[in-house]
Design a protein around this ligand. Structure first.
Ligand SMILES: NC(=O)c1cc2c(=O)c3cc(F)ccc3oc2nc1N
Length: 332
């Protein structure tokens, strides 16, 4: 990141702005456990400041976040490499795009029209690793390749089984979320004791999971819906819908509102149904996930670098939740 043609004064000026942002975000994170930006934004901003101060050493100040001892990434959680990357879903925003995705897949790759429709829970993606049926590690998605070890916090969540009904080795992925009722109660409590409220249940879940003190996490009434398996081999089922039932039989909580679709009309009906029911659900959803139902076909379709070819997210417009407008002065 070279700063061609930048004068020292300009560098000093930008460094001052970056330091203020980083200090504010760190303060939000440590003091109010409600960071207003994702870690990746914090890290990118930090790296830019380091590059600026490296190129213009004379602008370094003693109070710069770069001068603090220790690792600049938010501490407290060890990093966890995901042997099988935790990818994100590709998004579509209209039924036409959704139809294009499904029809393209079904015709070109000889995929029978057999899709599993699921609610897209608006939470934080997590991965749970079990050995001989015992929970040994829980982690966040992180950047998809490297997550954070939050085992101790996930163990406080009642819907996450410590021990499965069968002693198998399995890595299961799903969503950790905060029910709407818990979110409302938490924000009321925070406002009563002068803390900044969380903007939405997703931020509240993220802030609650990255608590260094698990007792705080335990009080946050988080829950989970699991939906995927990283290593399929131990499973007896060969469909996505069957996988959900198998996860349930192992002791996981799955979202019961899934439905197999055999036509575009089925998919459209499911989308319309849950666009209607959305506001009345006990948890936030930000869309629908449509997946090829056959697991062998999922595997053969695999993924591009970033997203699976066998699944798509149909995104709803943002829900009209009454959130407190945060004084977000910064745009990165
Ligand atoms: N938020 C969700 O409720 C939800 C999320 C995902 C994913 O993020 C996801 C990511 C992949 F690379 C593959 C499948 C997935 O399936 C998923 N299924 C769901 N129901």
């Amino acid at each position: 990141m070279a700063f061609e043609g930048m004068t020292e004064a300009q560098a000093a000026n930008e460094a001052t702005t970056l330091r203020a942002k980083l200090n504010k975000w760190a303060d939000e994170y440590y003091t109010y456990d409600s960071p207003s930006v994702e870690d990746a934004v914090y890290d990118q901003t930090y790296q830019r400041l380091v590059a600026l101060e490296t190129q213009f050493p004379q602008i370094v100040t003693t109070d710069s976040p770069t001068q603090k001892v220790g690792d600049h990434t938010l501490p407290g959680f060890t990093k966890v490499p995901h042997e099988i990357p935790m990818l994100s879903l590709g998004d579509v925003f209209s039924k036409e795009e959704l139809g294009d995705f499904v029809n393209h897949l079904t015709t070109s790759d000889d995929v029978p029209f057999n899709y599993n429709c699921e609610l897209k829970i608006d939470g934080l993606a997590i991965s749970l690793k079990y050995e001989n049926g015992i929970l040994i590690q829980g982690s966040t998605r992180g950047n998809g390749q490297i997550g954070e070890d939050i085992t101790r916090n996930l163990k406080t969540i009642k819907s996450i089984p410590r021990k499965l009904t069968r002693p198998i080795n399995i890595e299961v992925r799903g969503e950790c979320y905060m029910p709407k009722s818990s979110f409302a109660a938490l924000n009321e409590e925070r406002q009563n004791n002068g803390q900044a409220p969380f903007a939405n249940p997703r931020n509240a879940a993220a802030g609650s999971l990255r608590q260094l003190d698990s007792r705080v996490t335990a009080r946050r009434k988080l829950s989970t819906f699991m939906y995927n398996v990283a290593n399929y081999d131990d499973l007896q089922t060969d469909t996505q819908s069957g996988l959900l039932e198998e996860l349930k039989s192992l002791g996981f909580t799955i979202n019961p509102s899934y439905q197999v679709a055999h036509s575009m009309a089925d998919i459209d009906a499911y989308v319309d149904k849950y666009q209607e029911l959305r506001d009345g659900l006990a948890y936030g959803i930000d869309g629908i996930v449509i997946k090829v139902n056959s697991l062998p076909l999922q595997r053969s379709l695999a993924a591009t670098v970033k997203v699976p070819r066998w699944a798509i997210a149909f995104k709803f417009p943002p829900e009209e939740v009454q959130t407190v407008v945060r004084d977000i002065e910064w745009t990165v």
